[in-house]
Design a protein around this ligand. Sequence first.
Ligand code: ZN
Length: 453
Amino acid sequence: MVSDSPATRVDIHCHTFNGADLPVEGFVRRVVLRDKDWPGWVKARLARWADGLVQSPGLGYEPERSILQMMLDHPRRDLLLSAEEQVADERFNLQVEQDEAALAAHDPATAAYLGLAPRQVRRLDRGETSAFVKFARNLASSRLDVARRLVATYPSVDVFTPMLVDMAYGVGDKPLTTVAEQIDLHEKISSLSIMGRLTQRSALLLPFVGFDPRREQHAPGALGLVQDAVMHRGFAGVKMYPPMGFSPLGNDEPEIDGILDDLYSWCETEDVPITVHCNKTQGASNASNDERSDPAVWATVLDKHPGLHLNLGHFGGVRRTANKPFWPTEIARLARFDHLYADLGCHTDLLQPPGPNAYAEMLRGVLTGAGAAMRDRLMYGSDWSMLLEHPGCEGYVEAVSAAFPEGEHDRLLGGRALDFLGLGTVLNENGHRLRDRITALGADPATWFAPRR
Ligand SMILES: [Zn+2]
């Protein structure tokens, strides 16, 4: 299937939440730093530092809601937008620079700031801590600044689908903002992007709403909130994170399976795409949760719901692992499902110097023979801002493109994502909803999607 709008560039996997939208203390300790070879108490202190940095009332719901509402109510001139973007940019760079310089100097003030003794700071890997500082500082920004930073980092991308995540049940910690508040703020940012009031250049943000079936189990109405976000608030799909401790189906509690089945049926009826974390990592609390997003289990979901547009995020892995079975190979064999996709978010082994790349070669190898049909389902995704932890992440579009021949770039960098979203050749219910919303907000869908033939 060839898309009508080959020039549109889509980042199908990215994030514009800030730290107040995440259960940060639990997330940093059990997810971000889980695989770092640092003592547990160092991780705990870094997690508390990051938590203190972002769980401040200034980054919560109300202050940002009023700013976004003001921006929605009043047209802004280009000059003002560009000045604001520049100021936010300079402030961020200065903060990161100061943190990095202080860390490099091993100075006692930074050590105290991180809650560590100076000799303990010296024991940390400086490159890693610098990247961590950048990552944490970004999460300590307003969502507006995070969204603008994403757009500025990837100037060649037209459409971004930022994923909200619901991790509270997995990491046993709570974000500062509720799911409803997050939906409200990210809807406003999406609307601003449609109205041309978010950034100086034209970029479209179509968010995905996070869902954990355990929230519906414990607080009925959570699924309704997700459905409302998609049907009436401009959300383009649903994001799920099984490694937080539930399976796509086949859970011990039949109630969880019932809730998931309801979600899948509704998504099938309304053409709502689902993106899931599918990589043997990030298992909350214990390593067995790493395996929760098993492609074999997703195949049972698709057997039952063949119309579901499903994106197995990260294409099953971000590096070659000795673990059998190798998930990318497993996923590549599932292309018999017409609407199964995968994205290349956070495949940082592609961020190498120009020239032959062993990882790219391995990827192409997976997509031959029995896996050949999957090659036309692979989508560009960055996983920014998670990618901020990796030096050179601003070159990710180029790095991913370089792994495939030029003739495939239009489909890889956008065409397949438009098909996944229902905005490609076949305009499904989801595509109609999104285009209608753009029109209703006074913009022309052709700004981002070529006119349909
Ligand atoms: Zn992600």
